[in-house]
Design a protein around this ligand. Sequence first.
Ligand SMILES: *[C@@H]1O[C@H](CO)[C@@H](O)[C@H](O)[C@H]1NC(C)=O
Ligand SMILES: *[C@@H]1O[C@H](CO)[C@@H](O)[C@H](O)[C@H]1NC(C)=O
Length: 209
Amino acid sequence: MLIAVGDFVGVSKSTACRIVQNISKSIAKLYNKYIYMHQNSVNKFYQIAHFPRVLGAIDGTHIRIQSPTQCDIGTFGNRWLLGDSAYPNRAYLLTPVLNPSNSSEQKYNDAHIATRNLIERTFGVWKRRFPVIFLPLRLSLANVQAVIIATAVLHNICRKYNMQEMPSEVELPASLVTDPSVADTQSQALGLQDIVERNELINGYFSTL
Ligand SMILES: *[C@@H]1O[C@H](CO)[C@@H](O)[C@H](O)[C@H]1NC(C)=O
Ligand SMILES: *[C@@H]1O[C@H](CO)[C@@H](O)[C@H](O)[C@H]1NC(C)=O
């Protein structure tokens, strides 16, 4: 892409790279001015399908990037990574069989889960060591990434020197630290009280439409 763009305007690939980076950052710095919560679109939203009081619609999307790791070109030989079902199964990345239909598949799944569990336990140790990455991070988004990576570096230094796991300075619910799926369930459960708001809307407003 950079070579094509560079050829088009007659500059080298590295110059094109610098220009793309520079211009992109300059445009991105305008985000305060162009990306913000519009607070007066309630009527426009209402006109779509008579949904009242809508501030906005929210969603997330994945943006594909070129893989920054080397696994697909065989750098690590014929070895496998074990990932959960959120990952695609690849020649170098094995995921559980979704509906195991015989004992071979069941044994594969059992061994897979037991082995892969190591990464979950590692996350548990890491988060207990550094509650800052477990509790809601009260930092600017710009600093969050550095703090997360810094705690990972410190965690590996602790491992390198065989430092014992310290008792956490902050009381953390064990289940939440070790099992993110439990954390997800809990945050969903907390949201249940908000069901009341939705029920009132359904029964008090949509029932009258
Ligand atoms: C882009 O390049 C200009 C000119 O060299 C420089 O003044 C500016 O600081 C650069 N912007 C960014 C975001 O790097
Ligand atoms: C187990 O099931 C898989 C998928 O249906 C099949 O490919 C495999 O041959 C089966 N293995 C045995 C031992 O039945």
